[in-house]
Design a binder for this molecule. Structure first.
Ligand code: GDP
Ligand code: MG
Length: 350
């Protein structure tokens, strides 16, 4: 699962990337920096305090720091084909007005920068769609597929991203074959300054809020410079500092968590003396398949999953022993859809 950070030049993309991944100068494929961002999870911290393992492993999500869009949101053909390898996009736009940071062309409001991106993405899809419809004119396409593509055309012509539509279970695989950009989930991150953060507002906030609501995109704010300061502090100091800004969590923690939700990912936990760990699965993954995340033997030889959800575990005094004695460890079969926060021990046979 990979999220691309995109947006205009100087909007704060690389700053955000470095904050999320802790990367300094990591470079990946084709010169695009890539790295894993830790997904903060208070539940995992609690489990770690209970089990005192040698090692605590958080879930991660991969981010890639993409080159800037053109001043009018333009995407080169190369950029488009790279964006198609991603599972989701995080669009960074700038609200802070720091005069020491140059603008790529003219100063743009967050809404204008976001609109430019949205329009470019939709037009890219529309061009591709028309190509398919005309080029494959003679090719046999089922009536359903043609109907589906025509529905896409209607949406795109109305400037609606394809992700906003609730597609049928059997339509999605067909659509995915076309690799439309606007079918990808998107989140929007507005880079604000400290005063804007404290006020909870910035110029053009209402406009971009409305646009994001219409597109169905989550909208978040972060202050790049403030987050940089936070990231250099010791944990106790961070809490105090954030409290002064009325923040419970850092903007980066909120963004990482939002990215996880955007990808429809959830975590289950394994606990023990060696390691307490969060494992990432897609929402609604059956237990047997989830076991395969840990080891293919566990999936192949799956017998049962012994499950208690984190919240219940805490209610029962944070003791697996107590939970077992009270018969609160559920035995689930291979089709059980693993829930976010489940603490699981897999029983398997090799
Ligand atoms: N004043 C201010 N400057 C920022 C903030 N975030 C990033 N910058 C600065 O803006 C410039 C561009 O940031 P960068 O992350 O490189 O933008 P990119 O071109 O989108 O990758 C850098 O000099 C950053 O230090 C912020 O929240 N406030
Ligand atoms: Mg950059």
């Amino acid at each position: 699962m990979k999220i691309g950070i995109i947006g205009p030049a100087m909007s704060g993309k690389s700053t955000l990337f470095r904050l999320l991944t802790g990367a300094t100068a990591a470079t990946g494929k084709g010169g695009i920096p890539q790295g894993a961002a830790k997904i903060p999870d208070k539940r995992l911290e609690t489990l770690s305090a209970v089990f005192r393992p040698q090692k605590t492993t958080f879930a991660t999500v991969e981010f890639a720091d993409f080159p800037a869009l053109g001043a009018g949101g333009e995407m080169s053909g190369e950029l488009i084909s790279r964006l198609k390898t991603l599972d989701a996009l995080a669009v960074v736009v700038r609200a802070h007005q720091d005069p020491s940071v140059p603008w790529p062309a003219e100063p743009a409001t967050p809404a204008a920068a976001f609109s430019a991106f949205l329009e470019e993405m939709i037009l890219t899809d529309l061009v591709q769609l028309e190509k398919h419809l005309s080029r494959n004119k003679d090719k046999k396409r089922t009536p359903e597929e043609t109907r589906l593509l025509e529905k896409c055309r209607e949406l795109l012509e109305a400037m609606k991203p394809l992700a906003g539509e609730s597609w049928q279970e059997d339509e999605l695989p067909v659509l995915r074959n076309y690799a439309f950009l606007s079918l990808r989930p998107v989140l929007v991150a507005v880079n604000v300054d400290e005063a804007q953060l404290q006020e909870g507002s910035y110029p053009g906030r209402e406009e971009i809020t409305k646009l994001c609501r219409e597109a169905g995109y989550p909208l978040l704010t972060f202050c790049g410079t403030l987050e940089q300061e936070i990231s250099r502090m010791a944990p106790e100091e961070q809490q105090e500092f954030m409290a002064a800004y009325g923040l419970k969590e850092s903007g980066i923690a909120r963004l990482a968590a939002a990215a996880y939700r955007l990808l429809d990912l959830i975590s289950f936990f394994t606990v023990g003396k060696d390691e307490v760990r969060a494992w990432t699965i897609k929402n609604n993954t059956p237990a047997k398949k989830a076991a395969g995340k840990i080891h293919s033997d566990m999936e192949r030889g799956f017998i049962r999953a012994e499950v208690i959800n984190f919240s219940e575990f805490v209610e029962l005094g944070s003791s697996l022993k107590a939970a077992r004695e009270q018969g609160k460890l559920r035995l689930e079969g291979k089709d059980y859809p693993v829930q976010d926060g489940d603490i699981i021990t897999f029983r398997f046979n090799v």
